[in-house]
Design a protein around this ligand. Structure first.
Ligand SMILES: N[C@@H](CCC(=O)N[C@@H](CS)C(=O)NCC(=O)O)C(=O)O
Length: 208
C-alpha cells in the first residue's frame, strides 16, 4: 500500500513538483481527485486546516501547504542538501521559485488575456537571475551537487513556462540544459511519459 496520499483538484498545479519528487525518489503514492463540484459542497473545505488543497497524508500524519510538503519529502528522502547551510540556501531558492510561481498563477487565473504579452516580456528579468545561479554552480543543481526539493519545483515551473512561451529559455543555455537534464532522469522521464501526467491539465481553468 502506498503510504502517501495527495488530495487535490484535477490539475498539475501546486502538486506536480511533489509528484515529480516522489517519482524520482521511487515512492508510490495515491491520488484523491476532488472536482470543483465536490469541493463546492463545502464539507472537505471545512475539514482542511486552512480551507484549501493540497492535502497530503503520510499514514495518519496530515500536512497542508504545498511548499511544506516539498520540504517534508525533501527531508525524508535526502533531497534537502548536505548540511544546515545548504538547506537554508535551498529554502531561499524555493522562496524565489514560489515568487515566480505566484506571478505565473496570477497571469493564468486573473489576467491571461490582458497580461500575457507583458508577462512574457518581463520573464527574462527573473530567469536571468536563475541562469546566473545555475551557471555559477558547477554542481548542475540550484544548490550543491545533488538534487534537492527545489530542483523539482523549479523544473516543473520551467516546463510550464515553456508551454506558455515555447522559446522563453532560448537565451538561457544553463536553464535549458538544466530542464533537459532533470526531465531525462530515468524515473522522471518515465513519469512524464505516463498518461496520468499527460492527461492532467497544468492549470484548473484549462489555460496554459
Ligand atoms: N499556500 C497554499 C495555497 C493553496 C491554494 O491556493 N489552494 C487552492 C488551489 S491551488 C485552493 O484550495 N482553492 C480552493 C479554495 O480556496 O476554496 C499552498 O501552497 O498549498
Amino acid at each position: 500500500v502506498a503510504p502517501y496520499t495527495i488530495t487535490y483538484f484535477p490539475c498539475r498545479g501546486r502538486c506536480e513538483a511533489l509528484r515529480i519528487l516522489l517519482a524520482d525518489q521511487g515512492q508510490p503514492w495515491k491520488e484523491i481527485v476532488v472536482t470543483m463540484q465536490e469541493w463546492m459542497k463545502g464539507d472537505l473545505k471545512a475539514s482542511c486546516l486552512f480551507g484549501q488543497l493540497p492535502k497530503f497524508e503520510d499514514g495518519d500524519f496530515v500536512l497542508y501547504q504545498s511548499n511544506t510538503l516539498l520540504r517534508y519529502l525533501g527531508r525524508k528522502h535526502g533531497a534537502y542538501g548536505k548540511d544546515d547551510k545548504q538547506a537554508s540556501l535551498i529554502d531561499m531558492m524555493n522562496d524565489s521559485v514560489e515568487d515566480m510561481r505566484l506571478k505565473y498563477m496570477r497571469l493564468i487565473y486573473q489576467e491571461y488575456e490582458t497580461g500575457k504579452e507583458k508577462y512574457i516580456k518581463d520573464l527574462p528579468n527573473d530567469l536571468s537571475k536563475f541562469e546566473k545561479i545555475l551557471s555559477n554552480n558547477k554542481g548542475g543543481f540550484l544548490v550543491g551537487n545533488q538534487i534537492s526539493y527545489v530542483d523539482y519545483n523549479f523544473m516543473d515551473l520551467l516546463q510550464n513556462l515553456q508551454v506558455l512561451s515555447s522559446n522563453c529559455l532560448d537565451s538561457f543555455p544553463s536553464l535549458k540544459s538544466y530542464v533537459e537534464r532533470l526531465s531525462s532522469r530515468p524515473k522522471i522521464k518515465a513519469y512524464l511519459e505516463t498518461d496520468e501526467h499527460k492527461r492532467r491539465p497544468i492549470n484548473a481553468n484549462g489555460k496554459q
